[in-house]
Design a protein around this ligand. Structure first.
Ligand SMILES: [Mg+2]
Length: 178
């Protein structure tokens, strides 16, 4: 039952979810692709299957990463994703200093702004309950802050959980924020 509503957004981090890190380097397989971009050797850790699996989720994918537009340039061609929208991060402000003291992630405020009231999932390896609490207090629609283990990156179980939430959210009647 997918109404005429737009699908939920999915804000996607790169380091952690797509590029696993933290375990011994030799534990990570590397993948050759037709698109060999020079530069960061960690790109070879991205399993090209992520492209197909991300495209299969009922959502609108948006890069939410310090890679910024490099994600479109270096990652999308490697794994078969189209060019995606990119969240641009605001200049640091006094608010960020307070947020950091509160233990809130520096992306959280910007993502809620970017979503502008649309349901969203956020996939990142640095999410904590502080971010979940802030989002539930400042975002009127559904939000899933989904933490990925950076040593593994996105797993089958992660995709299953995201798929289930996105389907449920997309199919839900949109409620009016009160
Ligand atoms: Mg990360």
């Amino acid at each position: 039952m997918m109404g005429t509503a737009r699908p939920p957004l999915l804000f996607l981090d790169v380091d952690g979810p797509l590029i696993p890190f933290g375990a011994a380097p030799q534990q990570y397989p590397t993948y050759e692709t037709h698109h060999q971009s020079p530069g960061n050797p960690l790109l070879a850790r991205i399993n090209p299957e992520h492209g197909r699996r991300l495209m299969g989720l009922p959502c609108e994918l948006v890069w939410a990463t310090t890679w910024m537009t490099d994600a479109n340039e270096c990652i999308c061609p490697r794994i078969g994703l189209p060019q995606l929208a990119v969240v641009t991060w605001p200049e640091p402000s006094d608010l960020d200093e307070q947020d950091a003291r509160d233990g809130m992630h520096w992306k959280t405020r910007a993502l809620v702004d970017w979503a502008a009231g649309r349901p969203f999932a956020w996939v990142d390896d640095e999410i904590t309950d502080v971010d979940r609490a802030w989002v539930s207090a400042h975002h009127s629609r559904q939000a899933l802050l989904y933490r990925v283990d950076p040593r593994q990156g996105l797993t089958d179980a992660d995709y299953a959980a995201l798929n289930e939430w996105l389907h449920r959210t997309y199919g839900a009647p949109s409620q009016t924020a009160s």
